[in-house]
Structure formats: C-alpha cells, structure tokens
Write a new protein. Structure first.
Length: 256
C-alpha cells in the first residue's frame, strides 16, 4: 500500500498563516479551527478541507494563485520520485526530543512498529490539526504496539511549545537542517514567489535555526519491526495528510 501525493503548498499555508498574523484573517479561522477540534467533528480530511475552504474565501486571489502554482512546482520537482516508499528500508536516525533526550528509530523498532510523521512547523494550522488528530488515536496505536514519532525542522524551543500547547503525549523530534527528512527524500526548496510572501510574515530562520528555505513534505510512514516501510503517504498538497484510520489499517495489516 502506498499513497503518493507530495506535500508542498506549505508555502500556501505559511503565507496564509502569515497573512493571518498581519491582516487578521488567521484570527477568524484560528477560532474556527479550535471549534472544529473541540467538537472533533468529521474525519481529519474533512477538518482540513473546512480550514482550506475558509482560507480560500478570505485570502487575496494573488496569494491563492501563487500557492497553487507552488503546489504544481513541487509536484514537478521530482521530490515525489525521491521520497521513500513502500518496501524501502527506513533510514535509521537518532535525534533529540523536546527534553534533550536522544531518541533512535532503531531502539524504538526493537519494541514494535513505528509511525513516523513530518510536519512543517507550529505556524501551520493544518499541521496542528494533523497532530491533534493523531493524538486522538494514540491509544489505539499503542494497543497495536506501535509508537508515534513526529519530526519537524523547528528548533527544540518550538517543539516543546507545540507539545505543551497541543497536549501531545507522543515523541516530537527536532530535525536540524532537515537531515533525516533528506535521508527519506522528502525535502524541497521553497519557491521564490512563496518565499517572498513568507518574508516579514513567517520567520523560518528563527523557527528552524538557519537561513535555509528548505522544508519537508508532510509525509507519514508506517515502519515494521524489520525497519521496512509498509505504508507511505506523501503529497504535494500540504492541505492533505494521512488519515488516522488509514494509519491504523496499516498497523493492523502488520499483524496478519
């Protein structure tokens, strides 16, 4: 099973988030996002679609056009082809969690399968919806013997903030310079038009601890205890994320 859809429109999301901060657009939809979360209404996909539709109604048309072109740019960049997929060996890694403790994929796999998921940053409302949705099914993942690990290029200051703010009970790792994401083939460079929209709105250098304009796709993998990828979700549209039920189905398949 492999879902091939790369995730790039971060640009879009970031820009809109930025616009949110500078024009008040995000203030309105941030509230809607919270309401949707508290009510836990609908699937993750439905919640993401609701957020996307709200932004589309309010964002300047020029921004929307740049974002859509950015999605196409990422789709044509080759990153989807370079991304690890089903049947590939998952590259091992060791990173520090928000508390400064080393976490290794190999060590986790000795205890059971691992779900790896990347998110762009705490500035992204789509990412926050995704993390909350995965927190909701965390008990069901653990019932299946699996561990959930989220990775982001953000520095520990922000991973700690995200974990506390969203009340996340799973591991959140800082991936400096997207080193691990690069080993999974899911890194792309933010297109110049999108970077211009980000400028002055979203400080990626501060969030990620460097001047790089590289970001990871919002990819999700299920890795079995042999270190082999058994489920892969990569999508050029940042507004799409792996559905929680699809992840659980992939974990169930490992037990058959």
């Amino acid at each position: 099973m492999k879902i091939m859809n790369v995730s790039t429109p971060w640009m879009a999301i970031a820009a809109i988030c930025a616009l949110a901060a500078s024009s008040g657009i995000g203030t309105v939809y941030a509230g809607q996002e919270e309401e949707g979360h508290s009510a836990a209404a609908g699937s993750l996909g439905e919640r993401l679609d609701s957020l996307r539709e709200g932004y589309a109604k309010t964002a300047p048309e020029a921004f929307v056009r740049v974002f859509e072109e950015g999605i196409a740019h990422v789709g044509a960049s080759g990153v989807l082809d370079s991304a690890k997929g089903v049947g590939d060996k998952a590259p091992d890694f060791t990173l520090e969690d928000a508390g400064g403790e080393a976490v290794s994929l190999g060590a986790l796999l000795e205890k059971g399968p691992v779900v790896l998921t990347w998110y762009r940053g705490s500035w992204c409302p789509y990412c926050n919806l995704q993390l909350r949705a995965y927190q909701e099914i965390l008990p069901r993942m653990r019932e299946r013997g699996a561990a959930l690990v989220a990775l982001t290029p953000e520095v520990p200051e922000y991973t700690r903030e995200t974990r506390e703010k969203e009340a996340l009970e799973f591991v959140v790792l800082s991936d400096p310079d997207n080193a691990v994401a690069r080993s999974y083939g899911i890194v792309y460079t933010l297109p110049a038009p999108v970077a211009e929209i980000f400028d002055g709105r979203i400080d990626l250098a501060r969030h990620n601890g460097g001047d790089s304009l590289e970001l990871p796709l919002a990819a999700t993998y299920v890795v079995d205890t042999d270190g082999v990828i058994r489920y892969a979700f990569v999508d050029e549209d940042y507004r799409k994320r792996a559905e929680p039920e699809a992840i659980l189905e992939a974990l169930d398949a490992l037990q058959r």
